[in-house]
Design a protein around this ligand. Sequence first.
Ligand code: UFG
Length: 330
Amino acid sequence: MSVLVLGGAGYIGSHTVDRLVEAGKDVVVVDSLVTGHLAAVRKEAKFYQGDLADKDFMRKVFTENPDIDAVIHFAAFSLVAESMKDPLKYFDNNTAGMVKLLEVMNEFDIKYIVFSSTAATYGIPEKMPIYEDDPQLPINPYGESKLMMEKIMRWADEAYGIKFVALRYFNVAGAKPDGSIGEDHHPETHLLPIVLQVAMGEREKLQIFGDDYNTPDGTNVRDYVHPFDLADAHILAVDYLRNGNESSAFNLGSSTGFSNLEIVKAAREVTGKEIPAEIATRRGGDPDTLIAASEKARKVLGWKPEFDDIHKIIETAWKWHTTHPQGYND
Ligand code: UFG
């Protein structure tokens, strides 16, 4: 049996491929390399460059790799601000891409899919922490595109028996502890990489988007999870499906929140750098607080996150950034 990883050259995909290879699994990777990096993919994995919405290309991948019985799907666009400006790009690439993928999976009788969903499907939650059966009312096209993908998988399960696990990530941060793979986005919009770019002197200062939110220090609170812990949840989710369990959704977070100011403070402690920061105006669409209730993943999947300390997460990201100041440079 082998696993097909779609988007395996991306940030979370490449960490998952690394963990699968380390666990001795057979891995096939598909990535368009639009945002991914070939250098991030373990050489032990069989790599195909292409678009999952290209059905003939996907037929070729499944035909050449008849051992594939499960798909892990990371291949989606994920920038909230971009999705507000160009929603159709998200509904085309993310949502329509899912329809085509499931059609080909059904042709080849592939019955298991583990899918990267997001806390953005919950919109502005009424209470914290967020549970899996809380209302899903996204406030941006990115979250909507992923919620639609979850719903499409549900009906594909009813009709064709394709079982799915939707993993709803909270805020992902950190890198492989040896610093060999990490986060490399162009443009970079996420808090921790930007904080570390300031620490490296690549940016002059950090802008903290708003300090008048309804949180203890006024800045947004987020729940950070390491990509290796996410990777392990995906591997457990594949086993869960192979063991004949029903389709389900799980939150993946640490169940602890850190404010943006707390992240900057922790990054100053880890790096020993000053990290100049100023308060700027709010960025549109940021909920006050997002914290996951992730007991379900722990209980049902047996998920045990190892990176439960924000300092440890930042240390791994710092190692990647200091050893790869230009990222993969590809
Ligand atoms: N922030 C700043 N300055 C920056 C960048 C970010 O203050 O230069 C703030 C944001 O306003 C927010 C926090 O840092 O308060 C975290 O922002 P990120 O962009 O790092 O992450 P988001 O919480 O916006 O989004 C992430 C993923 C989404 C996912 C969401 C769900 O990027 O895909 O988590 O929790 F939907």
